[in-house]
Design a protein around this ligand. Structure first.
Ligand code: FAD
Length: 385
């Protein structure tokens, strides 16, 4: 794509995470020249799994990353939530005829598939390159003092986004008082009964949760969730005696926890606007959410592709960014708000949560609300075969 003077249009992007890489690939595929700046010395991510629903899979397909991303993925038959007695409160069918699709993979595999797609599409990726701000006129400011001019600047630099803050775009950032330790371990048949092995299962006890997620034939992704002031539970390495006491039915699994793990607090970020002038903000920088729907990355994928489609041939970038926000923000905010509400029950007494979830789990209306993002057809995508 060229501008009025016939020059090829150029984008500068801060952050080589899910949002930045998706935007970069989609812009390059529309004829733009694109440079991505990643602060870290390499493009590796930490050891954890990730849920990708139909909406995210459609985006991966549209940018040509799908085939690599899904190699060896785990495709579970249901998602279960279990109460303190290990009784099923809800069973969400997935991957059947007419159901939403869901796969789980390693985060590293998702990032690698996006990096390779970017490289095939001609994107330049610079590591050890830290962005510190941007201007509405379309300049990316780097830590080494360089100012890089572009038709479009994108801040996909995560929840602590420097680009967002340099443009004074924050409406609010809310700490939800809860978070998770994520880790990867090998799968072991003795962890759960045979009928549960391939399921995705979230176990609740008191204010703690354990999320059991097969992420390949050999990898198990485990998330240990607890209140942000539950000092004993959020310690890394995880305290095996404490987690066994809360989840005696998972004693074998807990005994296998390794020493590695990463704690992240859950937060919500909402912006006054998703752009200022020629600079757009997306991903966790613009719309972070708690992970109860497994859709933070899904929204980064959708909004990255949606942004590229909006500006691709647009005569006026500012107007295109306003139209992009108008189109994409409602489904993103629906996802954020639904996810935030799902966290309310973390602090309910066990018996109450169990009774309520057994009832709400049967509500078609609530189920449809929860699955709305998964079933959504993102901009510039085709239905999955
Ligand atoms: C516990 C937990 C579980 C989750 N599970 C899921 C799930 O199953 N499915 C799902 O879809 N989502 C999930 N999410 C959400 C998902 O991880 C995020 O929404 C997603 O990673 C956001 O991508 P991003 O590209 O916006 O930001 P990030 O992944 O944070 O990437 C930002 C990138 O920018 C780089 N960077 C930062 N600052 C700078 C700078 N100044 N200059 C240059 N580079 C910079 C960083 O190094 C990083 O590479 C989960 C989140 C949590 C906390």
């Amino acid at each position: 794509m060229t501008d009025k003077t016939g020059t090829r249009r150029h984008a500068e992007i801060a952050g080589a995470g899910i949002g930045g890489l998706t935007t970069a690939a989609a812009l390059a595929q529309r004829g733009w020249s694109v440079t991505v700046h990643e602060r870290a010395p390499n493009l590796r991510t930490f050891g954890a799994g990730i849920y990708i629903w139909s909406n995210g899979l459609r985006v991966l397909k549209a940018i040509g990353a799908y085939d690599q991303a899904v190699v060896g993925a785990h495709v579970g038959p249901q998602f279960h939530t279990r109460d303190h007695d290990n009784t099923t409160m809800e069973e969400i069918p997935i991957n059947g005829q007419g159901d939403a699709r869901l796969i789980t993979i390693l985060r590293e595999q998702l990032i690698n598939s996006l990096v390779d797609t970017c490289r095939r599409s001609g994107v330049e990726i610079l590591t050890n390159s830290e962005a510190v701000g941007a201007t509405p006129e379309g300049e990316l400011l780097l830590a080494d003092g360089t100012r890089r001019k572009a038709d479009l600047v994108v801040g996909a630099d995560g929840i602590n986004s420097k680009l967002r803050d340099s443009l004074d775009l924050m409406m609010y950032r809310k700490h939800l008082g809860y978070g998770a330790i994520r880790m990867l371990i090998g799968r072991d048949d003795a962890d759960v009964p045979a009928e549960d092995r391939d399921r995705y299962i979230e176990y609740f006890t008191g204010t703690r949760r354990i999320l059991y997620t097969p992420a390949s034939a050999t990898d198990l992704y485990v998330a240990l969730c607890c209140a942000a002031d539950d000092a004993a539970a959020l310690k890394v390495p995880a305290d095996r005696a404490l987690w066994t006491q809360s989840f005696p039915h998972l004693a074998h699994l807990v005994s296998r926890f390794g020493d590695a793990g990463r704690w992240d607090a859950f937060e919500v970020v909402k912006l006054k606007k998703w752009s200022k002038g020629r600079t757009a903000i997306l991903g966790d920088a613009a719309h972070a959410m708690p992970p109860y729907l497994g859709q933070g990355g899904g929204c980064a994928l959708m909004n990255g592709l949606g942004l590229a489609a909006a500006v691709a041939d647009a005569p006026d970038i500012e107007q295109a960014l306003a139209a992009w926000e108008e189109r994409e923000r409602p489904i993103t905010e629906h996802t954020q708000d639904t996810a935030e509400r799902l966290g309310d029950m973390n602090f309910w007494p066990d018996e109450l949560r169990s009774e309520v979830m057994k009832i709400t789990g049967k509500s078609r209306e609530l189920g449809a609300e929860r699955m709305k993002t998964a079933r959504y057809q993102p901009t510039a995508t085709e239905p999955l075969a």
